[in-house]
Design a protein around this ligand. Structure first.
Ligand SMILES: [Zn+2]
Ligand SMILES: [Zn+2]
Length: 494
């Protein structure tokens, strides 16, 4: 059977992103942190399809986190058979003993990985509180023969596990996320990301040990607080990624049965606003008060109206909170947390400014004081096209997993990593229920299933095989680096 070929060329998203190409940097993006400015780019992947038939199987242009219409989702209990094995010549040519060894290594620790995954799932911990996962995973990596650094670079729940062989080899980085969502548990499936990272690292170590002639280093980072805390951004700024030649991780999502995706994600800016007013008796003398809740409600309403005037691929969402609110007291305090998302950092900075204007206007209207603070800025995800192509070929040919392209409306702090060095962050589908995509109780359950675990192991095998090529194939790494350079951020002309 002929295999449709997905060729990913170094370049840009071309037509897909052309409509939002910015020729000129906006001048009113002053509200953002300096580090997030001027880093917009025009995308880094161009997907072409050489197959004349079955093209639709691979291409999906969508603007939804769950990459694909729900009609196509992998629903629990349905479509549980893998597609037939589809050999592809160039991948088959290097599917020698080492590739099999990498796969066998993951199969060998499969039971242990499942155990780790379930333990993390059963002990959900939120932003920077991943103590249980930190201890569990560092102890495991130590037993696997890695040199482990706990509480890495001043972050209590960050960690690093290293295995090195020889001198002067290349360095492959991998990331394991660990955090859950308040009230929802592992509704983003980071327990699966954690074990995928561990699995890739252990399999690479096995491969290096079998090839004593290869010098190389494997660095697995335990990265806290992806859900808003920007743990990777902190680690990046503190030098954790400096020595890596490439870095990889993967992420589960709802999607087409047994599929993976090399889609990009949106840039994201978190904005905190706090209003301060004056409390007063709401019945006896309301005119003596300055209502901070009114300010928040007014800002919320203004931003809700603003939504009509933003682009379809932009996102705005937020919440209101406050201290000691009572119905018979004019509230003197309110807090808001907003998240703005757009395909590029420049677009998100413009959007953030518009939100802040709504917040300031509400302060003026109500007479409240306002304090605005910015959270970490997540950059859009730059999938390295050469790494993505290799991963796509491997999982398509060896495991029959089609790889989709497109974009997600979610965001990741790995986006910032992808601006610093060549990076790969495939998503992969796990079976869930309708309306049970990421950040829902349905997905929490999905992330615990045996099918989700099996999908994770297959993707970990694909990542490990691509990573091993980085360690052993100098020409391949040159292409990876050339693709990264070609997509240098900040290429906007005047
Ligand atoms: Zn999430
Ligand atoms: Zn996530």
């Amino acid at each position: 059977m002929d295999t449709p070929t997905l060729n990913i060329q170094p370049g840009c998203f071309g037509g897909f992103f052309a409509r939002r190409t910015q020729k000129k940097a906006p001048t009113h993006a002053s509200a953002l942190q300096e580090s997030s400015q001027g880093l917009s780019h025009e995308g880094c992947l161009e997907i072409t399809h050489t197959a004349e038939k079955k093209e639709d199987r691979y291409y999906s242009a969508f603007h939804d986190f769950s990459y694909g219409k729900q009609d196509d989702w992998w629903i629990v209990g349905h479509h549980e058979q893998l597609p037939p094995y589809l050999p592809k010549a160039d991948v088959a040519a290097r599917s020698g003993d080492i590739s099999s060894l990498i796969e066998q290594s993951l199969d060998k620790i499969n039971g242990k990985l499942r155990e780790l995954s379930l333990k993390i799932h059963d002990h959900p911990e939120t932003n920077f509180e991943e103590k249980f996962a930190h201890d569990l995973l560092t102890n495991f990596m130590e037993k696997q023969g890695f040199a482990v650094t706990r509480h890495y670079l001043g972050l209590d729940t960050a960690w690093r596990a290293e295995y090195a062989q020889g001198q002067g080899g290349r360095v492959v980085g991998i990331n394991s996320e660990m955090d859950a969502l308040p009230g929802l548990g592992h509704a983003c499936g980071h327990n699966l990301i954690a074990i995928a990272g561990v699995g890739v690292a252990v399999a690479l170590k096995t491969a290096l040990e079998a090839r004593r002639d290869v010098a190389g280093k494997i660095v697995l980072l335990g990265t806290p607080a992806e859900e808003g805390g920007g743990g990777k951004i902190i680690l990046l700024e503190r030098g954790a990624y400096k020595e890596m030649d490439v870095c990889m991780m993967c992420h589960p999502a709802a999607g087409a049965v047994h599929s993976t995706s090399i889609a990009s994600t949106t840039s994201m800016q978190t904005i905190y606003a706090e209003y301060s007013g004056q409390s007063a008796h709401a019945g006896q003398a309301p005119w003596e008060g300055t209502n901070a809740l009114d300010a928040a409600v007014l800002a919320y309403s203004s931003i809700s109206m603003l939504r009509q005037q933003i682009k379809p691929d932009h996102r705005v969402h937020g919440i209101i909170a406050g201290n000691n609110w009572l119905a018979n007291v004019i509230p003197d305090n309110s807090k808001m947390k907003w998240i703005a998302r757009a395909p590029t950092s420049l677009e998100v900075s413009v959007l953030a400014d518009r939100l802040i204007n709504c917040m300031k206007a509400a302060a003026i209207a109500t007479g409240c004081e306002i304090e605005v603070k910015l959270g970490p800025a997540y950059f859009d995800l730059r999938q390295n096209s050469v790494l993505a192509q290799d991963f796509t070929d491997i999982v398509g040919s060896r495991y029959g997993l089609p790889t989709l392209s497109g974009e997600h409306s979610a965001s990741t702090d790995f986006g910032n990593v992808s601006y610093a060095l060549p990076a790969l962050h495939p998503s992969f589908a796990i079976p869930t229920v309708l309306n049970g995509g990421n950040h829902t109780p349905g997905f929490t359950k999905a992330a615990r299933s045996e099918e989700a675990h099996k999908a994770t192991i297959l993707v970990a095998k694909g990542l490990a095989l691509t990573a091993f090529r980085v360690l052993t194939d100098a020409e391949f790494l040159s292409k990876v680096q050339a693709s990264f350079e070609q997509c240098t951020p900040g290429q906007l002309t005047d």
